[in-house]
Design a protein around this ligand. Sequence first.
Ligand SMILES: [Fe+2]
Length: 180
Amino acid sequence: MDEITKLMIEQLRDAYSAEKQALRAMPRMMKKATAQSLKDALQMHVDQTEGQVERLEKGLEMLGGKPGRKVCEGMRGIIEEGQHELEDHDKGPLLDTLIVAMQQRVEHYEIASYGTMAALAKACGQQQLADLLAETLQEEKQTDEKLTQLAESELNPQAIQGMQEAEPANDRRGGSKRSA
Ligand SMILES: [Fe+2]
């Protein structure tokens, strides 16, 4: 097996681990999400991700490799950081925006890795593998785009509104403290 094939197998194993970790994290995010639209978007991506894992298995097979036990440390860091945010905040519009932020970091990481892998596969003349990876890349980009639209149209305005409604109460508390 040549060096470039070995390298691609390692990259695919890394992505495989990343997707598996994302698959475990998304249901935890769904539990902490308030907006139904956000829950739906996450559920849709869980379904997509299952197909992406299958594509990676297929891709590894094309190269004569197997998933293995490699752990994607980059994804682990992203999810760990997001997990702390989930624990530190109560459910509500503000946490919904943090969930979007977390999931978009996941998507951007995946977009970077699939983009690189697809280009590499193409350069090696592995067109079938390149096409397979490009399919997933497209889904990750669409998910990212969908989350941006959701945040801009619904979740961010709700979070800002929620904060503005909370502010006058804070001012009153501050005022009474000063006069006491
Ligand atoms: Fe994804």
